[in-house]
Write a protein that binds this ligand. Structure first.
Ligand SMILES: Cc1cc2nc3c(=O)[nH]c(=O)nc-3n(C[C@H](O)[C@H](O)[C@H](O)COP(=O)(O)OP(=O)(O)OC[C@H]3O[C@@H](n4cnc5c(N)ncnc54)[C@H](O)[C@@H]3O)c2cc1C
Length: 67
């Protein structure tokens, strides 16, 4: 299916993640939402504090992104 509109979110930080999540929920499936990041991995920043105090591993808050 060819999307009616293609929304591109630049930046996969918390703001980009939040914007994309709401857009995905609010827009119909006929529209596409794509997040573009200059990085190969996504970091769930709110949990970094647990890495800092040794309760989580970096691999638990970092996830590979699609090319
Ligand atoms: C040292 C430090 C420790 C912190 N620790 C914590 C913590 O433990 N827990 C917590 O909740 N918050 C923490 N924060 C705060 C948190 O990092 C920020 O509040 C949050 O990252 C802001 O999110 P953002 O999406 O606005 O910006 P960012 O996280 O900066 O995201 C912006 C993204 O856009 C990308 N980008 C930039 N230019 C482009 C472009 N042209 N095209 C595509 N992508 C682009 C960047 O690579 C980046 O990934 C910390 C901040 C600092 C400095």
């Amino acid at each position: 299916m060819v999307p009616v509109s293609r929304v591109i979110v630049l930046g996969a930080g918390i703001a980009g993640h939040t914007a994309a999540s709401f857009l995905r929920r609010w827009l119909g499936r006929q529209h596409s939402v794509t997040v573009v990041s200059p990085n190969g991995t996504y970091n769930w920043i709110p949990s970094n504090i647990w890495v800092g105090v040794g309760l989580m591993k970096p691999a638990q808050v970092t996830f590979p992104l699609a090319p």
